[in-house]
Design a protein around this ligand. Structure first.
Ligand SMILES: Cc1cc2nc3c(=O)[nH]c(=O)nc-3n(C[C@H](O)[C@H](O)[C@H](O)COP(=O)(O)OP(=O)(O)OC[C@H]3O[C@@H](n4cnc5c(N)ncnc54)[C@H](O)[C@@H]3O)c2cc1C
Length: 502
């Protein structure tokens, strides 16, 4: 008889942890299995992205495509329509906090289902800070409590934000902007503000400042000087060239690897099929391209955006396999040259937000600046920002919107992840996060072996799967992992039953 899995720990109760937990309670047959969920915050469900915050902070995907279950993409939408007590004007892109409420509800329903199936559930509001392998896996929390498990699933979310200019800890520097309800309220309305980055988080910050009546100047300081694209109406697109078949053919020809130029050719054909020119969408732009003009054009031609965005969205299907087989040297080139531009195209902002951003630019209150050389915090409590063109500006406040770092370094190497790495249970992936087995999400230990009873989901697997920053991808991986594990559990439960009845 195989070693049976009786006790499962899910570390992290955000969207990934909830999606996994929900699947487990549907798929495990019950009896004698217990699941413990660890969450360091005082609530389970919303995590960082969907926590309680302003209603104008919207989902970046259509509400009908946000779900904890890949097979039911409109699960959230149906819940909102049938249960949520408040109605919103912009229902295509609902507030993220509503999705957080949905996650809480999914969790409650999953607990009810678990009880019906005799699956014991325990929630511990504690941070897991250490993992040790003995006969099983011993988890230790920050308050010193230890418990043993047969299987541990890590759903930790983002481990660390970028801090390119080493400003964390300086007064008037906001390292983690969320929840914006709390952070932005610290800033005087007339302050001169720099936002580091020009991504969706930077857009959230601008919208919040605007809604709070901020009247000081706001500059987004960004390396590429580009705003996210404006979201059109993405329609289902059936990939014709960027397919598994094309990938398999190339892998046969090239000894199990694919090159960036092979992918570029397929992308080109895929775009041409829809009457589009790939370079105008995905090729890196020169720094001096005018962000305001580009935004105006995108707002005007929002219907044109739909076509290419539909193509990009449909790559969710194949993206991780293409990444998996991409030649190592080309992975580096891609990350240095194309990653940022792909992400800014792949994660566009809703039209309503784009219009608000354009209004701020038209009023002269918001500008985009690129090519920062360095930033210093001065004795007069302002930040001195030096640009490449010798211009410099003093800001009263700086808000970080550079997003999560893919790479594990500095503070990430402490705490739970640090213990995993220093004990050799996990190894650093040069392309981001920790190394995981592509098929199972199992952590790869220092001997290069996958440990199928220690698995990860979400951001710390970004080096393996590349695009992990979306609910759809999280739910897809949660389904795979939960099916795999539930099969093992159900099989061993059945074997036990058969053994007893002999
Ligand atoms: C601001 C923002 C907006 C986003 N908007 C969208 C969107 O609109 N649509 C979309 O598809 N995707 C979106 N994403 C991407 C993705 O869906 C979310 O990041 C998603 O919430 C990730 O879920 P997660 O569970 O991996 O991480 P999180 O939601 O961050 O959850 C991780 C949880 O683990 C807990 N935790 C961490 N370490 C420990 C520990 N050691 N012990 C105990 N608990 C621990 C944390 O407290 C947290 O609650 C967004 C991401 C961000 C950051």
């Amino acid at each position: 008889m195989k070693e049976s899995i009786k006790s499962i720990a899910i570390v992290g109760g955000g969207a990934a942890g909830i999606s996994l937990f929900n699947y487990f309670t549907k798929k495990i047959n019950g009896n004698n299995v217990n699941i413990t969920l660890y969450e360091k915050k005082s609530y389970v469900g919303p995590g960082i992205a969907y926590q309680d915050d302003y209603d104008f902070l919207l989902l970046n995907r259509h509400s009908k495509q946000m779900s904890v279950m890949v097979e039911e993409p409109d699960h959230f939408w149906n819940w909102y329509k049938s249960q949520y007590k408040v109605r919103f004007e912009q229902e295509e892109f609902l507030p993220r906090s509503v999705f957080g409420e949905y996650l809480k509800n999914v969790f409650e329903k999953s607990v009810e289902r678990a009880i019906e199936k005799n699956i014991a559930v325990c929630v511990k509001y504690s941070e897991v800070s250490y993992l040790r392998k003995e006969r099983n896996y011993v988890l230790m929390t920050r308050d010193g409590e230890t418990q043993e498990f047969d299987l541990v699933l890590l759903c930790l979310g983002n481990t660390r934000l970028h801090d390119h200019y080493y400003l964390n800890g300086q007064p008037q520097f906001i390292y983690n902007p969320y929840p914006l309800k709390q952070t932005v309220s610290l800033i005087p309305k007339n302050a001169n503000i720099a936002i580091l980055g020009s991504s969706l988080t930077a857009v959230d910050i601008c919208l919040t400042l605007k809604e709070n009546g901020h009247n000081g100047k706001i500059d987004m300081l960004s390396r590429n000087g580009e705003l996210p694209s404006v979201r059109g109406e993405a329609k289902p697109h059936k990939l014709k060239y960027l397919t598994y078949d094309s990938l398999n053919q190339i892998l046969l020809k090239r000894n199990g690897q694919i090159r960036l130029r092979d992918i570029t050719k397929l992308i080109k054909k895929e775009f041409e099929e829809t009457g589009l020119e790939w370079k105008s969408i995905l090729a890196p732009k020169s720094h001096d391209s005018n962000a305001k003009k580009k935004l105006e054009e995108e707002i005007k031609n929002v219907l044109h955006q739909s076509a290419w965005q539909s193509v990009l969205m449909s790559t969710n299907e194949i993206i991780e396999k293409y990444w998996h087989f991409l030649n190592e040297e080309d992975k580096d080139i891609y990350l240095n040259k194309y990653d940022r531009i792909f992400m800014s195209r792949r994660n566009p902002m809703p039209l309503v937000n784009a219009t608000k951003i354009l209004n701020l630019m038209n009023k002269g209150q918001l500008s985009l600046k690129s090519d920062v050389v360095f930033i210093d915090y001065l004795k007069d409590h302002t930040f001195y920002v030096q640009f490449n063109n010798r211009e410099y500006i003093n800001y009263n406040w700086i808000i970080n919107a550079t997003g999560p770092s893919k790479h594990l370094s500095g503070p990430c190497k402490s705490g739970l992840i640090g213990s995993l790495i220093s004990n050799g249970y996990a190894t650093i992936n040069n392309y981001g996060g920790v190394k995981t087995d592509f098929d199972s999400g199992a952590l790869i230990n220092k001997s290069g072996q996958p440990d199928t009873n220690l698995r990860a989901l979400g951001h710390i697997t970004c080096g393996t799967y590349y695009f992990t920053n979306s609910m759809e991808m999280i739910a897809k991986h949660a389904k795979q992992i939960s099916e795999d594990i539930s099969d093992l559990i159900n099989q061993s439960l059945q074997e036990e039953k058969d053994f007893v009845s002999i």
